[in-house]
Design a protein around this ligand. Sequence first.
Ligand code: T5A
Length: 208
Amino acid sequence: MTQRAGLFITLEGGEGAGKSTAAAGLAAKLRAEGHEVVATREPGGTKGAEAIRALLLTTDTPLHPLAQTMLHFAARADHVESVLRPALARGAIVICDRYYDSTMAYQAYGQGVDIGAVASLIRLVNLRPDITFFLELPESLAQTRLAARGQVADRYERMDRDFMLRVAQGFRAIAASEPGRGVMVDATMAPEALVNFLRRSISERTGR
Ligand code: T5A
């Protein structure tokens, strides 16, 4: 692991758990305090990675789960080397909406790709978050939120309930295996309360 001046925060969770809303609120709060914040997402965050995102999320192109895994890591490699590492080196706070725990939860736990293979790709990327917030929301509430938002369902949003339960189990297993960085979050909180909780946790864990 390379030394860095910045702080790397990731948000994880199932569909519609409120990650994007919480990430935007947290970024605004930290910026108002005077921090340089880079708010980004995966898959995506660079021109190349956004192109890969389009391929991954469309339902038009069937892709084997192992191919999806490698595409997620191809996008991630570009994002890490072009955006995340430089931002952290200059001291920024990076907030990333999904990161490699999503590949472990969705492709390994959810789609059955070998856990050891995903772990190898995580080692290859070699950039560990300082804090990962795992947002947990009962599936029925997530469905209500997504229905209210009313967008067309992508490749993963079309998966069945059992898949979503395996993904949730994956996130819980990752959080339990890395208590130093993983924080489970009750995502039923209202947006403002949730952002305040995240901000307090960062302060308690890092002193920043
Ligand atoms: N994926 C991703 C993999 O399979 N492997 C990988 O390695 C990676 C990186 C990405 C998809 O790719 C998969 C996972 C995903 O399926 P995406 O569009 O980025 O696609 O999907 P999500 O990250 O799931 O984004 P969503 O927008 O669907 O969900 P969010 O970000 O969790 O939820 P958000 O904030 O958009 O909120 C959803 C709705 O709920 C409301 C919002 O206003 C919105 O309408 N809401 C709340 N309501 C009440 N209280 C709160 N606290 C609320 N927070 C949000």
